[in-house]
Design a protein around this ligand. Structure first.
Ligand code: HEC
Length: 207
């Protein structure tokens, strides 16, 4: 056994060398891309240059964008993002589905051309199917049709959905879905209204 392991050593060293080489190349490319972005963007109204700053989650996701996320990195990202989740202070998860539908339909907010005094939208339809009547939806995310009807509204289910909306990376590292609560994109009340859109039996999602 011992001999066999020793014979594999040069091969393992080669594999490690190749992996390290790619890491270095990827890091070099990252600097080039960041420099190009910094040179081509300019601050405009609320869209300031700090938009280009990545937090630890985004940095790790960029570093590993081309390959499989190592499990230790995935764990780190989930731990970081789970720690940010704040349940609604009054313990009420469900708001008004009509407000939620409006937020799901709204794709404005935080762009230089948007009015910063107006609440931002969630743009959910850009990635998800929700109600049956809206036929223009994106498919980057899974269909959310009949979300509450299928899952019910147990406290665990509601808390899990709230966590998803609050910070998508808490249970899916490097998710494409924005971290709506954690990044202050949507308020607690907006998140509650979206929860009602997903779970209220009267919501068009569940019709
Ligand atoms: C840029 C695309 C994008 C946007 C915008 C987006 N999502 Fe998602 N969403 C995803 C993707 C991709 C997944 C699947 C991967 C994951 O779980 O993170 C997902 C997963 C989910 C899930 C979990 C689905 C399940 O199987 O339980 C819910 C709930 C959800 N999104 C709700 C929303 C709501 C509500 C909004 C609007 C406030 C929204 N999403 C906006 C991309 C998006």
């Amino acid at each position: 056994m011992r001999n066999m392991n020793l014979r594999k050593l040069p091969f393992l060293a080669l594999v490690l060398g190749v992996l390290l080489h790619f890491e270095v190349v990827a890091d070099g490319m990252r600097d080039t891309v960041v420099a190009a972005m910094e040179a081509s963007f300019e601050a405009k109204k609320q869209a300031t240059m700090d938009r280009l700053d990545q937090d630890e989650t985004q940095t790790l996701c960029t570093q590993h964008a081309a390959g499989i996320l190592p499990s230790a990195v995935a764990e780190r990202i989930m731990t970081l993002n789970r720690a940010t989740i704040r349940p609604p202070p009054d313990g009420q998860y469900l708001g008004d589905w009509k407000g939620g539908e409006l937020i799901a339909q709204t794709g404005t907010g935080f762009q230089s051309s948007d009015d910063p005094t107006k609440p931002a939208g969630g743009n959910c339809y850009a990635c998800h199917e929700l109600s049956g009547s809206e036929i223009a939806f994106g498919t980057i995310g899974p269909s959310l049709r009949y979300y509450g009807k299928v899952r019910g509204t147990s406290p665990t289910t509601l808390a899990a959905a709230w966590a998803k909306l609050y910070n998508s990376n808490a249970h899916m590292p490097c998710s494409n879905m924005p971290r709506f609560g954690h990044r202050g994109i949507l308020t607690d009340q907006q998140l509650k209204d979206l929860m009602a859109l997903l779970f209220d039996p009267a919501s068009p999602v569940n019709q």
